[in-house]
Design a protein around this ligand. Structure first.
Ligand SMILES: C[S@@+](CC[C@H](N)C(=O)[O-])C[C@H]1O[C@@H](n2cnc3c(N)ncnc32)[C@H](O)[C@@H]1O
Length: 301
């Protein structure tokens, strides 16, 4: 999103989400990763005027834009991590005048980062930019990737790059980072990307730049992404009404594997998608980001 409140992000799998979510008029839904508000708007259209969408995002800048976009009582914007949903439900029940404990009709998580965050030069998500290497969804929480790279042990860094980036040159990249930081701190996204390009053979593999996996790994680490997804998958079903839907869109195999296994083994959930739902050829052409999207859906028993 830019300062004019316009949104760059093109939401993925909109039709498929509606088909599985089947929101109804008057229901209360949670969009746990509201971002630019594309999915929120779609659900809102059906549940209003008496229903509500609880639109959560960890990014304070996204939340400000959501407040402006949805200047109406039916949308409750919450700036927090979606795994903290249970902490907000009593307050929300009071504010909208419904009985406690509040159980919701559905929860949607569309994981990862938005195109607006990628385009924001101050965040460091895009390694083509000379912006600071931050990589946090909430820049006021925890430590940035640049801070982490100042002190992390080489072996721990290699493990992060290997586990969260599935990068086979993890040891080599970690060694180069540790050698480089003795000369000067790694402060910008471009500095790190250049260093990775010099460390590994071949800059582009298929459609993917060789820096992509290391950036993904550091982003997952500074935001504790997998830990949070896992906690949410285990704990948020308790916030759903019986029959309530839980939809998760993931963009890489580490997350999709977690969703698949936890949905399957969770005693309160029934899986509605044996195989993940993927974008149509048409959507993939229109929105290349959708190529890696996988939607899995379950229902509270
Ligand atoms: C792929 S975008 C969602 C786009 C959104 N569905 C739309 O239609 O515009 C992912 C969003 O999730 C947010 N996010 C990432 N981790 C989060 C977390 N743990 N809790 C809440 N929001 C999170 C990011 O800040 C980003 O805005």
């Amino acid at each position: 999103m830019d300062s004019n409140n316009s949104v760059l992000h093109m939401p993925v799998l909109m039709e498929e989400v509606t088909q599985f979510a089947q929101p109804q008029s008057g229901e209360i839904w949670v969009d746990g990763t509201a971002g630019g508000g594309g999915h929120t708007a779609d659900i809102l259209q059906v549940v209003q005027p008496h229903g509500h969408v609880i639109a959560i995002d960890r990014d304070p800048a996204a939340c400000l834009k959501l407040q402006k976009r949805f200047d109406q009582q039916a949308v409750i914007v919450v700036n927090d991590s979606y795994h903290h949903l249970p902490l907000h439900l009593d307050r929300i029940a009071e504010s909208i005048g419904v009985a406690k404990p509040l159980l919701v009709d559905g929860i949607l998580l569309d994981l990862g980062l938005s195109s607006d965050q990628l385009a924001d030069r101050e965040r460091g998500f895009s390694f083509q930019s000379d912006g600071p290497l931050d990589l946090r969804y909430n820049p006021n929480e925890g430590e940035s990737a640049a801070e982490l790279l100042r002190y992390i042990r080489e072996e721990d860094l290699a493990n992060i790059i290997y586990q969260f980036g599935e990068e086979r040159f993890s040891r080599r990249i970690a060694r180069r980072i540790v050698e480089q930081r003795k000369i000067e701190p790694i402060e910008t996204a471009k500095q790190l990307a250049d260093l990775i390009h010099r460390s590994v053979p071949g800059r582009i593999h298929g459609r993917v730049d060789s820096a992509t996996r290391t950036f993904q790994a550091l982003r997952i680490a500074v935001n504790r992404e997998l830990e949070i997804v896992e906690k949410a998958l285990r704990e948020l079903p308790a916030c759903l009404k019986p029959g309530g839907r839980f939809l998760v869109i993931s963009f890489h195999s580490l997350e999709d594997r977690l969703v698949k296994h936890i949905f399957r083994e969770h005693e309160a959930l029934e899986v509605l998608t044996k195989k993940p739902i993927e974008a149509s050829d048409d959507e993939e052409r229109r929105n290349p980001r959708s190529r890696s999207a996988k939607l899995r859906v379950s229902k509270r028993k």
